[in-house]
Design a protein around this ligand. Structure first.
Ligand code: SF4
Length: 331
């Protein structure tokens, strides 16, 4: 086995942050009530992506289905103050934990759950603005769908990205995270994604024109996809000029349409061996200027139905590291 010192270091997001900011920067995931997704609320589709656990399938969430939900055309947002409070509470709780555990001093607020640009622009401005005022925050990362951005939103994010951040003395670090998942329209249709690849391509390219940082999410093991198709998705994602990538295996959880498909024998999850082989092949072709944000995913509770190797993310990571080491790469 290769000596660790001689291994080529993968450009992970951690290394990217350390190089840019001179120290570690930690993403703090935030989930704001009231946000939903056009693929769930009926604007594009109902039910959401087949793997997404949401109101349509979750009995616990259904109880709350009359809760206030934002829509880009909502005339007012009576819960904005509460949402801001929620943002501050969640941020401070996680920040304190990270500070205690790792001595963390710099943070990026990660708007993670649902579609975080799917709200009136005034709401987005208020939330993003507040997030950038939080102590020790150097930027934002905004998870969304390519059919939920427009020039107004991107232009506002560009404005933010050109402002100097008092905590880093650099410009605000503004990322937009898009679910690419697959470049194949038949796959996007099979998972009820609600938009095609042309839409993804158009809005990622547009986001880059605004000078924003883009992270693309890709899933391996989507229905009916061959290894060649998965690697083609990586190749085409690279061509979109993304700055970072997250890859993860598709796993089945309770209360999803995918769970029904799996139980009916219509969906076969990817094996760990095949997944890791594909990760190794992907790493070989992803250029070093694209940082790697994630190569694993899973859930360690009873909601996981299959594949069971997705229960233990630490083991996944260990096995991935081992395989990458064989090609002289240190993750
Ligand atoms: S886009 Fe995201 S939030 Fe919307 S249905 Fe799909 S996985 Fe769920």
């Amino acid at each position: 086995m290769a000596d660790t010192k001689n291994l080529k270091q993968l450009n992970t997001i951690g290394r990217y942050f350390r190089q840019k900011f001179g120290e570690s920067v930690y993403k703090v995931p935030i989930s704001i009530s009231g946000f939903t997704c056009p693929n769930i609320d009926g604007t594009v589709a109902r039910g959401g992506c087949t793997f997404c656990e949401n109101d349509s399938f979750s009995p616990n969430l259904v109880k709350n289905k009359d809760r206030f939900k934002l829509h880009p055309t909502s005339q007012s947002n009576p819960y904005l103050e509460l949402q801001i409070q929620q943002l501050k509470l969640q941020f401070n709780a996680t920040k304190n934990k990270l500070a205690k555990k790792f001595g963390a001093k710099k943070f990026v607020v990660y708007f993670q759950s649902f579609t975080n640009t799917y709200a009136p622009l005034e709401t987005l401005k208020a939330l993003y603005g507040e997030a950038l005022l939080l102590d020790d925050v150097v930027g934002l990362s905004i998870g969304t769908r390519s059919d939920c951005v427009n020039d107004e939103i991107l232009s506002y994010l560009q404005e933010l990205s050109l402002q100097t951040n008092p905590n880093s003395k650099l410009n605000n670090e503004i990322w937009v995270e898009y679910g690419i998942q697959s470049i194949y329209d038949e796959t996007l249709e099979a998972i009820n994604r609600g938009h095609d690849f042309a839409n993804i391509k158009k809005w990622i390219e547009r986001t880059k024109e605004y000078g924003l940082l883009v992270c693309g999410h890709v899933i391996f093991g989507l229905p009916n996809e061959t290894p060649e198709m998965m690697l083609k998705t990586i190749e085409e994602s690279i061509k979109l000029n993304i700055d970072s990538i997250k890859i993860h295996p598709l796993y089945v959880t309770n209360n999803t349409l995918l769970a029904l498909e799996y139980k009916n024998g219509d969906f076969e999850p990817i094996s760990e061996e095949k997944y890791i082989d594909l990760i190794v092949e992907s790493i070989k072709i992803i250029p070093n200027n694209i940082s790697i944000q994630r190569l694993t995913a899973g859930i360690d509770n009873d909601s996981l139905i299959a594949p069971l190797w997705c229960k233990n993310k630490h083991l996944q990571l260990k096995n991935i590291k081992k395989s990458l080491k064989k090609i002289n790469i240190c993750y």
